[in-house]
Design a protein around this ligand. Structure first.
Ligand code: SF4
Length: 478
């Protein structure tokens, strides 16, 4: 991974660009709201959802605290079932291992199922450099690959694209007819990919879970492309981040119930595949199965007693959907493959805090991410911890002296806040004045400096008709 592939320092600039793009704003707003409300509905149908979350947290804690033991157990069980296990300390090593396996298989094409780890280590570039064509087979990944972009969301890589965008992309790259019918667009992609599944001699997948007790890699999906990619070609390679281990087969029930519901509001995704070893007599499947266990910064996170909690993540994407910052600035503003609250935690761990210093600060710490996380990661707490580390390691440049207008405003504010009568009078005058700009309880645009800058990127709520002091008094009277 070259340094310039991580562009987290551009988060403010890219965030502003995204906020000025009405098309993008609508795409993120509608998709994240839909996923969030589906999650809420799915959660309400499961009695004891909170207990499941607590249990999942405990299980992940158990694994991460004893990761060395569980990884060894997984590796020896995967080998016992005929798999070949490879160890990669870095992304470069993982890429070299994968390229080597594909070359030995005599494959010129690889069909790839969705893998964020593959994005993280820039596997497609490495394959391309080795003269191997990588074809993304997940519909969202296929779309972003055609667009030459990175995924905009952990679960929904093409969240930022509308049907119109996809239609134009397909027409330009595949030569298909222009259509905005989802069924037709899916059929076009299917047709383009079917031939690749038939031809490719090697298939690659990620892993949602890796079961230490059995050595099985578990992958979930809705489209069926993972089954094709892992079973049709002669060789299957599974890229597995070492934090994906879970202890026992029986624990899967807990994680599967949480993952689908938290990510997309589904009870269960359409397909759950358990991949353990190459095919045996009388079975379908690949002749060779390789598992590449990848560290690439995970043990760095493990070394920090507090940050290791970030490794509990099961990549459901719920924290992105709930995050008011992600929903406004979108996934690409974060400048690397992982975005949203979890991206702000793991990017600095994986690529170094120096390169991703801005990310832990790009949060309002409202706690919405913690509320929805199925494994109960205390994301705001970890963000604060990272901010502290960022300050110690690379102190922020000394702020410039604030402009005189700002200093005067602060002095007036301090004077008012110390005098309740002045505060009450100020609130009354503001309420009367703001009424001229308000529409349905919101002020969309302040016409004058300095407040105009506030409404450039967000709305301002109208002051409550009845002040808090008055309501408090009434409450006590009753
Ligand atoms: S941090 Fe939690 S909510 Fe966010 S992607 Fe990971 S598991 Fe899901």
């Amino acid at each position: 991974m070259s340094e310039n592939t991580v562009q987290s320092e551009l988060i403010h600039e890219r965030g502003h660009e995204a906020m000025a793009d009405a098309h993008l704003q609508e795409a993120y707003r509608s998709s994240t709201l839909r996923l969030l409300s589906q999650r809420l509905q799915a959660k309400s149908e499961v009695p004891g959802f909170e207990r499941l979350r607590e249990r999942a947290h405990e299980l992940k804690r158990e694994v991460i605290e004893h990761l060395d033991r569980y990884v060894e157990q997984f590796a020896s069980n995967a080998e016992r079932r005929g798999g070949v296990v490879h160890w990669a300390a870095t992304g470069e090593e993982a890429c070299a291992i994968v390229c080597g396996i594909v070359e030995r298989a005599g494959a010129k094409e690889v069909v790839k199922a969705k893998t964020m780890l593959g994005e993280e280590i820039e596997l497609n570039h490495a394959l391309e450099a080795a003269g191997i064509r990588a074809v993304e087979t997940d519909l969202g990944e296929f779309i972003v690959q055609l667009a030459g972009e990175r995924p905009a969301h952990i679960v929904a890589p093409a969240m930022h694209k509308t049907r119109h965008d996809v239609s134009e992309l397909f027409a330009a790259n595949i030569g298909s007819e222009r259509t905005e019918e989802p069924e037709r667009l899916t059929a076009i992609a299917r047709q383009a990919l079917r031939e690749m599944f038939r031809k490719a001699r090697a298939g690659l997948s990620g892993a949602n879970f890796a079961v230490a007790e059995t050595g099985a890699v578990v992958v979930i999906e809705n489209e069926g492309n993972i089954r094709f990619s892992t079973t049709a070609p002669r060789v299957h390679i599974a890229l597995v981040g070492i934090e994906k281990i879970i202890p026992r087969f029986a624990d899967l029930g807990i994680f599967l119930r949480l993952l689908g519901r938290s990510g997309t509001g589904q009870k269960l995704t359409s397909y759950t595949s358990f991949l353990s070893g190459p095919r045996r007599n009388g079975e379908d499947g690949p002749e060779e199965m390789h598992v590449v266990l990848v560290d690439n910064g995970r043990t760095h996170a493990l070394a920090d007693q507090k940050m290791r909690e970030a490794l509990y993540c099961i990549r459901c994407g719920a924290c992105l959907n709930a995050c008011p910052v992600y929903r406004k600035i979108g996934g690409h503003a974060y400048g690397w493959v992982y975005s949203g609250p979890i991206g702000a935690l793991i990017t600095p761990e994986f690529v170094g805090l120096k390169q991703a210093r801005e990310l832990p600060f790009a949060s309002s710490l409202c706690g919405a991410c913690r509320e929805v996380c199925p494994v109960k990661i205390n994301i705001p707490d970890l963000l604060l911890h990272l901010r502290g580390r960022a300050q110690e390691q690379t102190p922020a440049p000394k702020p410039k002296r604030s402009p005189i207008a700002e200093r005067t405003a602060m002095r007036v504010w301090a004077w008012v806040m110390q005098r309740p009568w002045a505060f009450a009078l100020g609130a009354r005058l503001s309420r009367a004045g703001l009424r001229f700009f308000s529409q349905q309880g919101w002020i969309r645009k302040f016409p004058y400096f300095p407040l105009a800058a506030w409404t450039d990127g967000r709305d301002f709520p109208m002051l409550a008709a009845k002040p808090f002091r008055k309501r408090w008094k009434e409450l006590h009277r009753h």
